[in-house]
Design a protein around this ligand. Structure first.
Ligand SMILES: [Zn+2]
Ligand SMILES: [Zn+2]
Length: 179
């Protein structure tokens, strides 16, 4: 099997985490991970043996479409989380995921190393899209109002949401701010 990123480098067995073996590329340090192997590891591993993860993990996300090293079909990209640009490539046909260099460490930092099959579900991906839309909407209004006023509006909203008479306050605002 050749590396889907470097194309001509042969993949060799690599220990991604204690007891978790994948097919790694010595050039780009990416690794192909069988989800069958992963599920077995998930059921049998001991969290205490997990290698410690620093806060400053920088994982390089290789651009471009990848072909599965096993079956040569196009792999699908899945976002890991709303606060990172990194995406994992998955061959749904072979149930194999491609992790770029240090993406496993990134999964650990984001605490999703133990929910890998879930990351590849529509629900997970939909939630990420929703969170990212909310983030960009916040950024838009922050620019529009300026940071201090934006914070003030947000604090006010949080205060209303917590208030026992939230419904009445919102009613008051929407009727009084009409013009
Ligand atoms: Zn490679
Ligand atoms: Zn495949």
């Amino acid at each position: 099997m050749k590396c889907p990123s470097c194309k001509n480098n042969e993949l060799v067995p690599v220990e991604i985490e204690k007891g978790l073996i994948g097919a790694g590329c010595t050039a780009c340090e990416g690794a192909l991970l069988s989800l069958i192997q992963y599920r077995y590891w998930l059921d049998h591993h001991d969290d205490a043996t997990l290698e410690e993860q620093g806060e400053d993990v920088v994982a390089v996300d290789s651009e471009g479409a990848k072909l599965c090293p096993k079956c040569s079909k196009m792999m699908t990209k899945y976002r890991i989380g709303y606060n990172t640009e990194n995406r994992l490539d998955l061959c749904a046909h072979c149930d194999e995921a491609w992790l770029d260099n240090r993406e496993w460490q990134l999964l650990k930092k984001l605490d999703v190393h133990n929910k890998l099959p879930t990351v590849f579900t529509d629900a997970w991906q939909r939630n990420i899209r929703k969170q990212r839309e909310l983030q960009s909407m916040d950024a838009h209004f922050r620019d529009l109002f300026g940071a201090p006023d934006f914070e003030r509006v947000r604090d006010f909203k949080a205060w209303v949401d917590e208030h026992p008479q939230a419904v009445d306050i919102k009613h008051y605002i929407t009727t009084n701010f009409k013009y």
